[in-house]
Structures are given as C-alpha cells and as structure tokens.
Design a protein around this ligand. Sequence first.
Ligand SMILES: [Zn+2]
Length: 222
Amino acid sequence: MGLLSNRVDRRMLKPGDHLYCHRNLHSYSHHGIYVEENRVIHFTRTEEKSSGQSSRRCEICGYQRSEQRGVVKSCIDCFAEGHKLYRFEYNVSAAHFCAKRSGTCSTRSSGAPDVIVERATRMLAEGRGGFGDYDLFENNCESFAVYCATGEAASGQALSLKSKVKIVQENLTGKPLSLENIASTFVEAAFAYKIDAIQQNNNLISSSSEKDQDDKKNDQVN
Ligand SMILES: [Zn+2]
C-alpha cells in the first residue's frame, strides 16, 4: 500500500480488514468490515424508503437492500456494487494522514483482527438498532467500520478537517520550533483543508442528487 492508493485485490482480503469503495464518481464512500470469505458487515441507512418497490434478493448472500436496513451482512459484490475495493489504513503517520484524501486512513491503531470481527458480528446480532440510527455526518457507514476497528466511533468524512487541524497543532507544539517545521506544517494544513473543502462540496452535491434518485428508484441506497 503506497501513499497514492489503498486499492486491494479481493483475493488478498483478510478477516478484520476495513474496506471501502468510492461511489457516485468518488463523491462519497461506503465502508465495511470483511469478516469471513466473501462476506462484509456494513452499516446502511436505517430510515424507511418512501417507494414501495422492492429490490432483487442476492442469490449468493441473500441480501435484499430494500428489506434489510441498519447493520447488514452481504457478499463483496453487494457491498461494492461494481466499484473498486480499497483497504482503510490505520496507524499512519501525521504527515501521511494529512496528505491523504479524507476517509482513507487514520493515525489511530486498530485492534486485533478477531476483535474487529467480533465487534462487527456482535452489532449484526443486535439487529437493526445495533448501531443506532443512520446519520450522514454523525453515525454513518464509516463511523461503524472505524468503531469496529478501533473500539471508538468517529467519521473521517465528517471530522477529518477537525482532526487534521488538531494533528497539525500537535506537530507544531510537539516538535522543536524551527522555521522548517512551521513551514511544512502549514503546507500540510493548507493541502488538507483544500481536499476537505472539495470533498465537502462533493458530498453536498451527492446527497441532494441521491435524494432525487431515491425518489425515483427504491434500491439506490447507501
Ligand atoms: Zn450478495
């Protein structure tokens, strides 16, 4: 895994991996935990759909998007919906975190793979309310996967700018105050801010166009 891409081949997946895929031309991403061969546990929207149309049940995993809400288990194809798979990185350096796109990595450490799988499985067993109500900014698919991996919930998509600023601050105060450190920290901060501003804009466009699609087509869900 390099700095540019977290792309992962599905043959290389291991239980406990936090996976994500970009949807709607990279405007938002869907996250989940790989738990066993060809199965991912992920958090989907909990609200009811307005349309009465029903989506097709998957012949491989039995997952039916229009019927199953909240924490669900599906095959990789139902999770990725034809998009490329990426592996979320943990325990990355502050500089790496600041340089990467939001929602792709964290400076936090992840737990042991069996602990991650156990957390995801427990919330699946708790049923639809296992992770509470879905909220785009506060309680979404990414916060679910981060919670499973670290034991602490937070959405990088929503909170990344805040945490990047905090890390930049720590960089400034934690290191000897040289002109070089200050300059590199501000370059990182400016870069992170630009990426976040672009993504936040995309998310807003995406959530409004998603709503339009939802009205037309019942199975267009997160
Ligand atoms: Zn499936």
